[in-house]
Design a protein around this ligand. Structure first.
Ligand code: SAM
Length: 469
């Protein structure tokens, strides 16, 4: 029986409910009156249920589809302004005991070199990332209790936070490691992580089991209930995602939203972020072998519909996608992007690609990405303030819902951009950035905060760092 508040995977992601939602969506895909009513509700910015959002995703009326995209852009701007948060992945180890059929790190892949960074190697990678200007990382790791136990992850987080090279610092470490125990999530929280990210890969249980034939990741309940354990362990910022291409995208979309509804129902706080990865070519992996590939146009609509369904949830897109797809995604809902990423173990300090997890499609430097974002009218942000001020989980959501983001995120974004311009930007990027900061200051509504920010910006130009509003 479908029960969003249930602690059991198969009750909060109930297969029959997904099928019913998809049937309802199919039956109503040309029902203009219903679609208009759902669009009106979406316009209120309070989100949509998985059934309502599924109708929008299925909608076959061209003018209503235009309206979906228009509304997504409007909500994106209303909730997130024009700030885009930047981060980079850091691969620690590709040792893995799982058998995920889409991932080159699966244990049967004998020709991929296995590599695990030492703490000294992590320090060198972090210095390379700091030297680009990164302040926020997502650590990535295969699942291997022997090679990559939780102690290794915790030690690595400690190493990362303690490297201070020139003016550099990693101020937020998000963690994308395999599903683990409540006790381990508590340890991660104590180690000061930002978001715990775990992709469900697919919500379709039968497919999930086929795609993960062996290893601890085979367990559908272990994967699907992981965020509950994370929440109980005190990690209240969690990041969801599916790997698009494995299963039908409409099924995944409904499952993703049901997962978000479950977290709201069970813990009073939805996911902090949703990622939208699509399968990419990798060592021994051909995306063409998976029959559910999502074309670019459908991908854009998916992003827009997620934006309408969960307007308070940040959305992440990685360098799996090219510049053009990323630009469209930013317009329609994405609020965080990675830049200058390497997907191999030790990738920031070597030119070898033999441990890459997948091919990337955006190879630009961070400086180029920052300049590009500004040319598109966005404010690149290296802000990590919320989590460092304890504004996580429901406290972050309250701030967002109260419309206080503009007095908080805008100054922090501008100050971290100023730091980037001083320490890492090329002259061309710095020129554009200085103009942008001057223009954007007037968008801070509160006069006191505006004046304080002006003072901090001047202090940053004089060499001080790390101000938070
Ligand atoms: N091993 C951990 C786990 O099992 O969750 C960490 C995640 S892994 C380093 C990050 C993500 O990469 C996976 O969750 C998966 O969705 C994605 N991934 C794996 N193979 C991929 C491929 N060929 N193309 C694109 N993304 C892929």
């Amino acid at each position: 029986m479908y029960n969003p508040a249930s602690p059991q995977a198969e009750e909060f992601i109930e297969h029959e409910e997904i099928l019913a939602a998809l049937q309802y969506a199919e039956e109503n895909k040309a029902n203009a009156a219903l679609i208009d009513a759902i669009l009106r509700r979406a316009g209120e910015g309070k989100g949509l249920s998985h059934r309502e959002a599924s109708v929008l995703l299925a909608c076959g009326l061209p003018d209503r589809n235009e309206e979906i995209l228009r509304l997504a852009k409007k909500l994106k701007e209303a909730f997130y302004g024009r700030r885009i948060v930047l981060f980079a992945p850091l691969y620690l180890s590709n040792y893995c005991v799982n058998g995920c059929v889409y991932c080159p790190y699966h244990f049967q892949n004998t020709h991929i070199p296995r590599k695990k960074l030492t703490q000294a190697e992590i320090a060198r990678e972090v210095i390379a990332l700091q030297d680009m200007g990164h302040k926020r990382l997502a650590i990535e790791c295969g699942e291997d209790p022997l090679h990559n136990p939780i102690e290794y992850i915790l030690e690595s987080i400690d190493t990362i936070y303690n490297i201070h090279h020139k003016n550099g610092a990693i101020r937020r470490v998000n963690v994308n490691i395999a599903a683990t125990t409540e006790e381990n999530y508590r340890k991660l929280k104590q180690a000061g992580i930002g978001t715990y990210i775990l992709f469900q890969e697919t919500y379709h249980k039968e497919s999930y089991e086929l795609l993960h034939p062996t290893g601890p990741k085979h367990g559908y309940a272990r994967q699907t209930e992981a965020m509950d354990r994370a929440m109980r362990g005190g990690v209240d910022d969690v990041g969801l995602g599916v790997l698009f291409g494995l299963e039908g995208h409409k099924y995944e979309f409904a499952g993703l939203l049901m997962h978000a509804e479950h977290l709201e129902a069970a813990f009073g706080v939805g996911p902090h972020t949703i990622s939208v990865p699509r399968i990419k070519p990798a060592d021994g992996i051909d995306p063409g072998a998976f029959s559910n590939g999502v074309p670019d146009g459908v991908f854009a609509k998916l992003i827009a519909c997620i934006r309408l369904a969960v307007p308070c949830t940040g959305m992440i897109i990685s360098t799996r996608e090219n510049q053009q797809v990323r630009a469209r995604a930013l317009e329609l809902g994405v609020s965080q992007i990675s830049g200058a990423s390497r997907t191999g173990v030790g990738g920031y300090t070597s030119n070898q690609h033999d441990t890459d997890q997948f091919d990337i499609s955006d190879n630009r430097t961070l400086d180029e990405v920052v300049r590009w974002l500004m040319a598109l009218g966005y404010i690149p942000s290296f802000c990590t303030a919320c989590y460092r001020q304890g504004r996580t989980g429901d406290r972050f959501m309250e701030l967002l819902k109260a419309g206080q983001i503009q007095n908080c995120c805008q100054p922090n974004a501008l100050m971290t951009l100023q730091e980037f311009l001083m320490d890492y930007a090329s002259p061309a990027t710095r020129l554009v950035g200085e103009g942008l900061i001057a223009r954007e200051m007037i968008e801070i509504p509160n006069q006191k905060i505006r004046e304080a920010t002006l003072g901090h910006l001047e202090a940053i130009r004089q060499g001080e760092r790390d101000f938070i509003v």
